[in-house]
Design a protein around this ligand. Structure first.
Ligand code: AMP
Ligand code: TRP
Length: 336
């Protein structure tokens, strides 16, 4: 039987943090054997907010190398750079013309990011979910593994796909597949180290709010030592008054591979003075193999480039076919 298709991506904006890892990439790794996977470095998305051209290419290498270092296996997955496959921007244009503006104005992430940028907010930021829909639909993806913050964008992708099928195809032979989100409950929302009510984010001004996958051990220890806690005795999950406590225990469970019950049994009687060093050590140990592998891969750019070149070819073969199919139903003149 043919394997179902997975597609997902991360933006090359700086380095990845534990939220990206536990909410997205680690889940890709866990399920990769069961699917035919396409993992893309979504560099076209990275310029929807002001960016630095001096580091975009380097960040693109970094994210591709981190995919491999986190355990993405080329036997099951194709890794490629979004801007290398021109069908993404072409399909985004076609989808733009069938997407009502009001659907985009409703996106929570747009509203949040636009608020921060005021007058300077770009059309690209508003349009970003349409490009994301193009990323997904080009590969006929069955499932899209992401963190919870992307749920609304996936719902939009499904709506755009349905509209395209309804307006330009028949129920018997739809032109695009309707994808399903794959959001695992554990790790779907990792919170900031400095405020347990806000998600860990690349765009937080304070680096102390997140642990990056490439942070050296001393920095990880320092960040955990300084992270926000509370003064209540004992440690517990799911107490709404203690968001930081819940988040740190969750991190410990996910990074040590222990279940919630095991974590409660081990940690409920601990104070922060005992728990923080344990969490630091667990984090450092969990990230060590990733950091070593990352260094190896970045030391061998030829290898990394050959992975991305092959990835581009495989991705293009699938994406161009879908694009042609969509152009055909939209009535475009086929080139001679
Ligand atoms: P981004 O950094 O926005 O490109 O996000 C890449 C992936 O990481 C997406 O699947 C997000 O849903 C996921 N992600 C980002 N931040 C978090 C977080 N704090 N907790 C869980 N998942 C996250
Ligand atoms: N919008 C996603 C994010 O910021 C990244 C992304 C772009 C994506 N295209 C995608 C994720 C396609 C999944 C599938 O996290």
């Amino acid at each position: 039987m043919c394997k179902q298709r997975v597609l997902s991506g991360v933006q090359p904006t700086g380095n990845l943090h534990l939220g990206n890892y536990l909410g997205a990439i680690n889940n890709w790794v866990k399920i990769q054997q069961n699917y035919d996977n396409f993992f893309c470095v979504v560099d076209l998305h990275a310029i929807t907010v002001p960016h630095n051209p001096q580091i975009l290419a380097q960040d693109t290498y970094t994210i591709a190398a981190l995919y491999l270092a986190c355990g993405i296996d080329l036997e099951h997955a194709t890794i490629f750079v979004q801007s290398h496959v021109t069908a993404h921007s072409q399909l985004a244009w076609l989808l733009n013309c069938i997407t009502p503006l009001s659907w985009l104005e409703r996106m929570i992430q747009f509203k949040e990011k636009a608020l921060k940028q005021g007058e300077n907010v770009s059309v690209g930021l508003l349009d970003y979910p349409v490009l994301m829909a193009a990323d997904i639909l080009l590969y006929n993806a069955d499932c899209v593994p992401v963190g919870e913050d992307q749920k609304q964008h996936l719902e939009l992708t499904r709506n755009i796909a349905t509209r395209l099928n309804d307006q330009f195809a028949t129920p018997e032979s739809p032109v695009v597949k309707i994808p399903e989100p794959l959001i695992r409950t554990e790790g779907a929302r990792i919170m900031s180290l400095t405020d347990g009510t806000r998600k860990m984010s690349k765009s937080d001004l304070s680096d102390m709010s997140r642990i990056n996958l490439l942070d050296p051990p001393e920095l990880i220890i320092k960040k955990i030592k300084r992270c926000k806690t509370d003064s209540i005795r004992g440690l517990e999950f799911d107490n709404l008054e203690r968001p930081e406590c819940n988040n740190l225990l969750k991190l410990y469970g996910l990074l040590s591979g222990k279940t919630k019950e095991e974590v409660i049994f081990e940690c409920q009687g601990m104070g922060w003075g005992k728990f923080k060093p344990l969490l630091s050590e667990t984090t450092v140990e969990a990230l060590k193999p990733i950091q070593m592998k990352y260094k190896d891969i970045m030391g061998n750019k030829d290898y990394l480039e050959s992975v991305l070149k092959k990835g581009k070819e495989k991705a293009e073969a699938v994406a161009n076919q879908t694009l042609e199919r969509i152009k055909l139903v939209l009535g475009y003149l086929v080139p001679f």
